[in-house]
Design a protein around this ligand. Structure first.
Ligand code: MG
Length: 341
């Protein structure tokens, strides 16, 4: 349903988890009203967490992006799928003397390094070519105990073959995906093949399914709930994508809010083929402020005197009947909240 009473939602949870692209920013531009909205939520004592499936950056690198956009966000509040991959390996006590083969970009390497894991691959393998001379045999490191696959602009056949050899030939080697997003928005001109395309290549060659640590898998949700001691029903997941963000929230037992400022349009949400329905949807997160500002008009004495209008019920206030409107045609404040929705 459309979000009509922001305060009710805000009061009902203690933590907001925000997806980033399409919610906080679009590419390198901040979405209107985001700083004020985050400030308001912090003032109300809400915990804010930012979760992204993009694995190309580490938490530190994301922190810099927030800073560049003028948002003060602590590194501890940022959870990227690059971090999730390293956190997963830590959670299973992945042996420090084993190596991780990385198909992906710098974010994954930095997080593995911070967590104390050894790795091979990554951007270093981006320029490697394979010449299929007769009898050519590709060596691989038998000490690789996990292959982590994320979005990789320098994906190539060398990486596919290396990762495949590790998964197929090293006993017990794990196959971990940061995410399986079909498409991503590298530029605002079109959709680009996402991390799911790299993961799909390895699925094809290994005939195995990966363990996914990013959205919509609940690994990060469980991790966050555990780390901060949050009850999941006290979380609202806010995102722009149905099959990752909203499903992530639903899988985790949280409230869900879809914003239409990213990849999902109202037509897509309402399409009969769409089976994922958020608890609420709204155009952008700064609607929290406009709905709140509108509600403040309740304190104007004459607005409290409408018959049949309950001041504490935002929906009935906006849904005031034509008959009630006809009763108060000259009220100067009457139409203001309608405009602000
Ligand atoms: Mg998004």
């Amino acid at each position: 349903m459309p979000l009509q009473n922001a305060d009710d939602l805000i009061d009902s949870v203690e933590t907001f988890i925000f997806d980033c692209d399409g919610v906080i920013w679009k590419g390198d531009s901040l979405i209107d009203g985001v700083p004020e909205t985050l400030d308001m939520l912090r003032t109300k004592g809400k915990r804010l967490v930012f979760v992204t499936n993009n694995s190309t950056k580490s938490r530190k690198q994301y922190g810099k992006k927030f800073e560049t956009l003028g948002l003060s966000v602590n590194e501890d509040e940022i959870f990227a799928s690059s971090f999730a991959a390293a956190a997963y390996l830590s959670s299973i006590n992945f042996p420090k003397d084993k190596k991780v083969y990385v198909i992906g970009e710098e974010g994954i390497l930095k997080e593995l390094e911070l967590a104390g894991f050894q790795y091979v691959g990554g951007p270093d393998d981006g320029g490697k070519k394979i010449e299929l001379k007769p009898g050519f045999y590709m060596e691989h490191d038998e000490n690789v105990g996990a292959v982590v696959v994320g979005f990789d602009r320098y994906f190539n056949y060398y990486k596919v073959q290396y990762g495949t050899l590790c998964i197929r030939e090293n006993p017990g080697c794990l196959f971990i995906a940061t995410n399986r997003d079909a498409v991503t928005h590298l530029t605002d001109a079109q959709e680009w093949a996402g991390g799911g395309s790299m993961v799909g290549a390895l699925c094809g060659s290994t005939q195995q399914e990966p363990l996914v640590v990013g959205k919509p898998s609940t690994f990060m949700m469980d991790y966050l709930a555990d780390k901060f001691g949050i009850t999941k029903s006290q979380i609202c997941m806010v995102g722009d994508r149905l099959d990752t963000d909203i499903l992530f929230g639903q899988n985790g037992g949280c409230k869900t809010l879809l914003v239409l400022s990213g990849v999902t349009s109202l037509a897509m949400l309402e399409n009969p083929n769409n089976s994922i329905q958020p608890d609420f949807y709204t155009s952008k997160i700064s609607d929290f402020l406009s709905l709140k500002a509108a509600k403040c008009l309740h304190i104007i004495p004459h607005s409290l005197s409408y018959p049949g209008v309950t001041p504490h019920n935002h929906m009935s206030y906006f849904g005031v009947t034509p008959a009630a409107k006809a009763t108060f045609p000259h009220n100067p404040g009457y139409d203001m909240p309608m405009q602000e929705t």
